[in-house]
Design a protein around this ligand. Sequence first.
Ligand SMILES: Cc1ncc(COP(=O)(O)O)c(C=O)c1O
Length: 458
Amino acid sequence: MLDTSMTRGSGVDPARIASLRRAEMAVFEAARPKSKAAFGQGLAGFHGGVPLHWMRDWPSPFPIMVERARGATLVDIDGNRLADFCLGDTGSMFGHSPRPVVQAIRRQATRGLTYMLPSDDAAAVGRLLVETFGLPFWQVATTASDANRFALRVARAVTGRPKILVFNGCYHGAVDETFVRLKDGRPANKKGLAGEFRDLAENTEVVEFNDLPAIEHALARHEVACVITEPVLTNCCMVLPEPGFHEGLRRLTRQSGTLLLIDETHTISTARGGYTRRHGLEPDIFVLGKPIAGGVPASVWGLSADVAARYDRYLESKESGYSGIGTTLSASPLQFAAMRATLREVMTDENYARMEWLAARLKTGLAKAIERAGLPWHVARVGARVEFICAPGPLRNGGEAQAAHAPALEAAIHVALVNRGCLIAPFHNMMLVSPATTSAQVDRLISAFGEIAGALGS
Ligand SMILES: Cc1ncc(COP(=O)(O)O)c(C=O)c1O
């Protein structure tokens, strides 16, 4: 049964949403007889029928069974071609299998895949990271979740403080202490966590994004080691920083001796060097995962000279033993080969210029379609990352973003877009433009969205 409260603010009649969803689910299924048979009731051998339970979170009747993906096009085993705007939820932000990355992987494949020793590529990547992102000292991990976890450990070590501060509605991966939300204005564990018996709010402060007085208040007790944030909240409906927010955040963190960790895993859509470089942010710690190695699992975390020096002093005084930082397959030659190719040949200013141009066209096209349909929705964008939000905007914080979510409506639109040849992210209405995305694909998405919005609107 549809929860009508979920469609609050979208301006769409729940009955119309339900009927669109029903019709589009049937079209999806009819176009995929092989996928339906191959998936069956779920893939044998996997708990829940899928190798990662997130694959059950797509709103279609069963997941798309992929045959291959190249550039910005994905083909399923039934031969349906999709313009891919999900791009592995950012892991393939630069397109599937970018040629320089494929060549680098091929070259490395016969030279050993993991040694726990540095290589020539590692030396080159060290220099490229400094040059691209500005911070002087780096470490490599395998996922952005790990990179955040390790970086937060360093932040606590150097400040000697127990707490962190997050923004309501944030997501930084599988990092326990970030799973805290404001519930009726008070910090509480995020709902739905599996096997969590601790009160995570004991060591995590949570305030709303764009709320400088709340940050000042939370940092005043000098217990917070680190503020961890994306420069733009992208894991709820997109929330952009208000003018002066980042300057204020930096001032308040410095005043209170709190470190600032900027997680660019999604906002790397902004430009080479991320939102940080484009907007002159000055983080103490910088984290980037997902597309940094063109789709090969890898992440990086960088430290300012000051934090690195403090960490060196801390290490001299720390009793010997495992630091809690590092995993065996991190900093592998395969990661370095792929990262070197990505940083040098894929994450280029030319590629970003094209992504920016096409993403701007996408945003304008979607906004016009919304206006034509007479719906109270809006579109937000950070570089190559575009999102339509089925509620009025702009959103100021995670609380507003939560209220703007319209899951039943978003699910219906998602499946309807797939049926018109366009794949967007399953969790919210996120669309990424890669260097391989064509203007014809963007125009197809605008027109498909316009058709669906028209049917839902007045
Ligand atoms: C901002 C941010 N940080 C970290 C992560 C975690 O990335 P991963 O799942 O690759 O560990 C995500 C994932 O969506 C993210 O959006």
